[in-house]
Design a protein around this ligand. Structure first.
Ligand code: ATP
Length: 136
């Protein structure tokens, strides 16, 4: 069996990553899952979270915002609304987004329409800050 597989991550704007890797973990809606070469094919939905990808000893991370993943024995394709590699994340921007969302949420309750969009913005910002903190 091959020792690696191709990981491709695509958003509506760009190809974020196309790289041979040996392992990934990803945030499925039903929980985090791992993929090694030769995995049984499956298709699932991704929530906001971090994708870890490893080539050799090098383990890297990216932030993903909702999407789909198709797993095949020799290839994993992630189609995400947005995705940023560790080094691409603008920490100041994510910090501002987090503060904005927290400020809005102070005045909102679950009955308000804006509550869930603000929770979503907060979740995206916290996820980006978590992934950025992985930088070495
Ligand atoms: P913001 O309020 O700062 O725009 P957002 O969560 O609403 O944050 P998204 O709608 O998820 O942003 O993403 C819009 C675009 O901006 C995407 O291309 C995404 O990759 C990029 N993006 C968002 N936040 C950051 C960030 N902190 N660093 C780098 N790129 C970002």
């Amino acid at each position: 069996m091959a020792a690696s597989f191709l990981l491709e991550v695509v958003t509506p704007n760009r190809l974020v990553l196309s790289q041979e890797v040996e392992e990934i973990t990803a945030p499925g809606v039903e929980g985090e899952f791992g993929v090694l070469p030769g995995h049984t094919p499956f298709f699932t939905t991704l929530r906001v979270g971090e994708v870890m990808y490893r080539a050799g000893k090098e383990q890297r991370y990216m932030a993903v915002t909702w999407g789909f993943v198709e797993v095949l024995p020799d290839r994993v394709t992630i189609l995400a609304e947005a995705a940023e590699l560790e080094d691409e994340i603008d920490v100041e921007r994510a910090t501002r987004a987090k503060e904005r969302a927290e400020e809005r949420l102070k005045h909102l309750s679950p009955e308000d329409e804006e509550f869930y969009s603000s929770m979503g913005a907060l979740q995206r910002a916290i996820n980006r800050l978590t992934v950025a903190s992985r930088r070495r």
